[in-house]
Write a protein that binds this ligand. Structure first.
Ligand code: ZN
Ligand code: ZN
Length: 223
């Protein structure tokens, strides 16, 4: 399975950075866009430079309803409305209606853990008590193990990893890790790909120098 970060707070030379996150997952049978960043034009520009054709994407998954993850949705759907869209079922009904009106395929509200497509699963929508932020993360069943892909990780690592573990042992995590300080959760992992909103990158790097990987727009990995 191939993962390419297309939108992040940091970018490799030649690509643009911006506050937000978006990532392409290529399973061999499906091309999934996970989040869209904030600026749809920046998203498409980075895709073009990475030779990613937005028309080849068949599935759009949105982690949570924050501007830096869903801002690029309209621009993307104007280019490619032929996608199934998976959002946490707690998304605003108006937003769900707007998205439905712009796609030729189906919108799915995700509440509990489920399959998105072959080898890709959602944790279901999770919420850290009292925050009101409902977020889903993905589990990628790869040849080298199961990897968790997060948008902002607002529900907290413990909750996310507990839900993700129901699909099997977790080999690594990639994405925004917010202000998570549950550093012990990374102990048995082989890859900690931290980007976007991760507050404590330096602490994680110091604790796990061999597993830590800073991610950025343009970062690619085959798992
Ligand atoms: Zn967020
Ligand atoms: Zn974010």
């Amino acid at each position: 399975m191939k993962i390419t970060i297309v939108y992040d707070n940091n970018a490799q030379e030649g690509l643009k950075c911006g506050w937000g996150f978006a990532c392409l997952i290529q399973t061999g049978t499906n091309n999934i866009l996970f989040d869209t960043g904030w600026d749809g034009h920046l998203l498409l520009e980075n895709m073009e430079k990475l030779s990613i054709d937005p028309q080849n994407i068949d599935t759009l998954v949105l982690s949570h309803q924050h501007w830096d993850h869903i801002g690029g949705v309209t621009t993307f759907l104007n280019i490619n409305p032929n996608v199934d869209v998976f959002v946490p079922s707690g998304f605003s009904p108006r937003l769900k209606k707007e998205i439905t009106s712009r796609i030729n395929k189906k919108l799915y509200g995700v509440s509990s853990p489920r399959e998105i497509c072959n080898w890709v699963y959602s944790t279901g929508e999770l919420e850290k008590k009292g925050t009101g932020i409902k977020e889903q993360s993905l589990i990628l069943e790869c040849e080298s193990g199961n990897y968790v892909l997060t948008g902002c990780a607002h529900p907290g690592l413990l909750l996310i990893l507990e839900a993700a573990s129901s699909f099997g042992k977790i080999t690594g995590i990639i994405g925004g890790l917010h202000d998570s300080q549950e550093y012990g959760s990374f102990k048995d992992m082989q890859l900690i790909g931290a980007g976007h909103c991760t507050s404590h990158k330096d602490v994680i790097r110091k604790m796990y120098p061999d597993k830590f990987q800073k991610i950025f727009a343009g970062y690619k990995i085959e798992l």
